[in-house]
Ligand binder design. Structure first.
Ligand SMILES: [Zn+2]
Length: 232
């Protein structure tokens, strides 16, 4: 049994390495996909700002037209003033001029506010575009790095899997079956008994279990964690 356990130990070394590599092979593309979200989000932000800018510009243009019409109206009212005869008529036109002036001023202020908003958003869009370029550059480097890592890991995986197959071929089916069931969930499939305790899960083992391990006629597993027990 000792030679079988030694072989299982060698097999376990390969399997633990394989498990790590396979986890990395799953993790790396997932992490990369998450990072690919970032430029997409920046692009969305830019698109939203551009829509807002266009809307504000259109509003400012429309206010500008109102203002031009308002200025025209003021001119007409001023001309009328020169032709008025009664003070009552004069008062009425003066009031109209005052109202028009207020409306013109308000339109002018609003248009100015909108254009200031547009300026701020244009600045923001330019900053976002710079950020997007940097992010895309970083992502391209990351992609290249991950691609290289993945291909290296795949080579290692192939090599380890080949060695594993060669080793497993020489092991008896029964013991290999026991081992294969444990390794899937435990990774480290073999545990030492240390002072009557399973060194992996720290469960106190009955003395007869320890004896069976010492006799070494069959594979003995820990009743708590299921690992194959060895005395050394
Ligand atoms: Zn255990």
């Amino acid at each position: 049994m000792k030679s079988i356990i030694d072989q299982l130990r060698a097999l376990n070394d390969l399997d633990v390495q394989l498990q790590t590599i396979r986890k990395d092979l799953q993790r790396l593309p997932k992490e990369l996909a998450e990072k690919e979200e970032e430029p997409r989000l920046i692009k969305e932000q830019i698109e939203r700002r551009v829509v807002e800018i266009n809307k504000s510009r259109a509003e400012a243009d429309s206010l500008d037209l109102d203002l031009k019409a308002g200025t025209e109206a003021m001119k007409k009212l001023s001309n009328q003033m020169n032709m008025l005869r009664t003070s009552k008529e004069f008062e009425a036109v003066r009031r109209q001029i005052d109202t028009q002036k207020i409306s013109n001023n308000r339109n002018e202020e609003k248009a100015l506010e909108l254009l200031q908003e547009v300026d701020a958003k244009v600045k923001e869009v330019n900053e976002l575009k710079t950020k997007l370029q940097e992010t895309e550059k970083r992502l391209a480097e990351e992609k290249a790095r991950v691609g290289k890592d993945v291909s290296e890991l795949k080579t290692q995986e192939q090599d380890l899997a080949g060695r594993r197959q060669a080793l497993a071929k020489n092991l008896p089916e029964k013991e290999l079956g026991i081992y294969d069931r444990i390794v899937v969930s435990r990774g480290q499939a073999i545990a030492k008994i240390s002072r009557g305790v399973c060194a992996a899960c720290h469960m106190q083992l009955p003395p007869q279990v320890h004896n069976l391990v010492l006799i070494g006629k069959e594979l003995v597993t820990c009743s708590s964690c299921g690992r194959i027990l060895t005395s050394e």
